[in-house]
Structures are given as structure tokens and as C-alpha cells.
Design a protein around this ligand. Structure first.
Ligand code: SAM
Length: 247
């Protein structure tokens, strides 16, 4: 029998998971940014700023925003790497990237980002291509996390930097309880009001809870070949930033 993988609290076949995740993002693409801001109470702006501070992109860098969605990280990266640098945004969802392209136009950055549709777990990029890879809320959706991290390692140049931002579970007991109620009772309803569907938000709440704890992710980063892996918890653990380098 073929091995199943976790999809929230369910076990499904790998291609089923990939299809379900793609369908979620295709469905909510036009309202994704609004949902991200309202449902994180605007905290994601702070989390992204912190992630980019740690990543510390330089003028002339070649940066990849992987699982870019609507490209919030790509927009910031394009500003940081400047005209001499290159920013690539890569996502499996065409609709998410179309929404991102419209946003890039509004910010005058449409010529600064290359948008490429592709699967993070099987990228078409050559080995040693990027100075930095940033992944916003993406690695939690990988079908095979270990393999996805190895792919990221492969496309990074030697000395290249990795950064992933993810949701996590707060450490404080009371906040954790409140967050449990918010995730399972409020988030799917509010998400449906904003985007018209609750399923991606049910999946979100469950997937955060089945994702490996930060310490385990560090082990996987090391196993993928990365050096100096670390993580930073933000807002008592509501979000986590993972970072590492390719030796
Ligand atoms: C929660 S959104 C995050 C978007 C954006 N990175 C951000 O920070 O807001 C997750 C994105 O990952 C994309 N995605 C999921 N699995 C992927 C994969 N295997 N390869 C490429 N993109 C993937 C989805 O299509 C979606 O756009």
C-alpha cells in the first residue's frame, strides 16, 4: 500500500495533499492578503520585517521567494537587492501569483520580480543559484518536508541564507487556550466571511498542530546539510522564524 502523508489531522496520498493545498490557495487568492492581515491582527507585518532583518539581503543578491503566494517577501526582497540584484517568486498557484503581480504593479515593482510557477519540492532551478531563499508560511505545506529542505539546500549558493516564517503554538498556557479557541472556532468562520470558504482555515489550524516542533525542524535543516540552524519565536510563539546557511 502507498504511504500516506498528513494533511492536517487526516492522512492522504501525497498527490491528494498537493492538490488540496493548491485548490485552497487558488480559491482564496484574491482575498489572501486581506485575510492574512485581518486574521493575524496585522502582526504579520512585524514578523516579516523581523525575518528580513535576520536575512539581511544585500544589493546585488539573487533572492528566491519560495511558496511566494502574492509575493510580500518578493516585494521587500526586490527593494533590498536593488536594480543590480534579481528577485524570483515561485509558487504552485497561478492565481496567487497573478494577485501578487497586480500588487507588484501597484508598488511599481512589476519589472523587478520574475514570477515562476513551480513546485518547491521539485524546482527547475540549477544547483547553487540563489544567495537567499525565503519561505513565508510555506514549509508547513510541503508534502515531504525533508525533501523540500534538501531542494532549498540544493538551489542555495555556498554561503547562501535560508529563512522560513511559520505559525506556531504559543508557550503561555492561557494564550495557548485562547489561541486554540481562536484557531478552531473563530478563524474558519472569519476566514469564510473574508474569502467565501472555511476549508483552508480548518486546514491551517490543524496543520499548525501537526507540524514538527521547532527543535525537530532544526534537526531536519542540519540533516539537509545546512549549518548554524536556529529559530526565533515571535509574540510568545504565535510565529516562528527558522534560519540557516549553506556551508
Ligand atoms: C500561506 S501561503 C503563503 C504566501 C506567502 N509566502 C506569504 O508569506 O504570505 C502558502 C503558499 O505556498 C504555496 N505552496 C504550497 N505548496 C507549494 C509547493 N509545493 N510549491 C510551491 N508553492 C507551494 C501555495 O500555493 C501558497 O501560495
Amino acid at each position: 500500500m502507498r504511504k500516506k502523508v498528513t494533511y492536517g489531522y487526516q492522512n492522504v496520498l501525497p498527490e491528494e495533499k498537493r492538490g488540496l493545498i493548491l485548490s485552497h490557495f487558488e480559491a482564496i487568492a484574491d482575498r489572501y492578503d486581506l485575510a492574512d492581515t485581518l486574521l493575524s491582527f496585522g502582526l504579520h507585518f512585524f514578523w516579516r520585517r523581523r525575518a528580513l532583518q535576520i536575512l539581511n539581503l544585500k544589493h546585488g543578491d539573487k533572492a528566491l521567494d519560495l511558496c511566494s503566494g502574492t509575493g510580500d517577501f518578493a516585494l521587500s526582497a526586490a527593494r533590498s537587492v536593488g536594480a543590480g540584484g534579481i528577485t524570483v517568486a515561485c509558487d504552485i498557484s497561478r492565481q496567487m501569483m497573478l494577485a501578487g503581480q497586480k500588487k507588484a504593479c501597484r508598488h511599481g515593482l512589476h519589472k523587478s520580480i520574475e514570477w515562476i510557477q513551480g513546485d518547491a519540492e521539485e524546482m527547475g532551478f540549477s544547483d547553487d543559484s540563489f544567495d537567499a531563499v525565503v519561505v513565508g508560511y510555506g514549509i508547513r505545506n510541503f508534502v515531504f518536508l525533508e525533501h523540500g529542505l534538501e531542494e532549498i539546500f540544493r538551489v542555495l549558493k555556498s554561503g547562501g541564507k535560508f529563512m522560513a516564517m511559520e505559525f506556531s503554538i504559543p508557550k503561555n498556557v492561557w494564550l495557548k487556550r485562547l489561541y486554540g479557541y481562536y484557531s478552531f472556532k473563530v478563524l474558519p468562520r472569519a476566514g469564510k466571511m473574508i474569502t467565501g470558504t472555511s476549508e483552508p482555515f480548518n486546514y491551517l489550524a490543524e496543520s499548525i498542530r501537526v507540524f514538527p516542533p521547532p527543535e525537530k525542524v532544526l534537526d531536519l535543516l542540519s540533516a539537509a546539510g545546512m549549518k548554524n540552524p536556529g529559530f526565533v519565536l515571535l509574540n510568545n510563539g504565535l510565529a516562528v522564524l527558522f534560519y540557516a546557511e549553506k556551508p
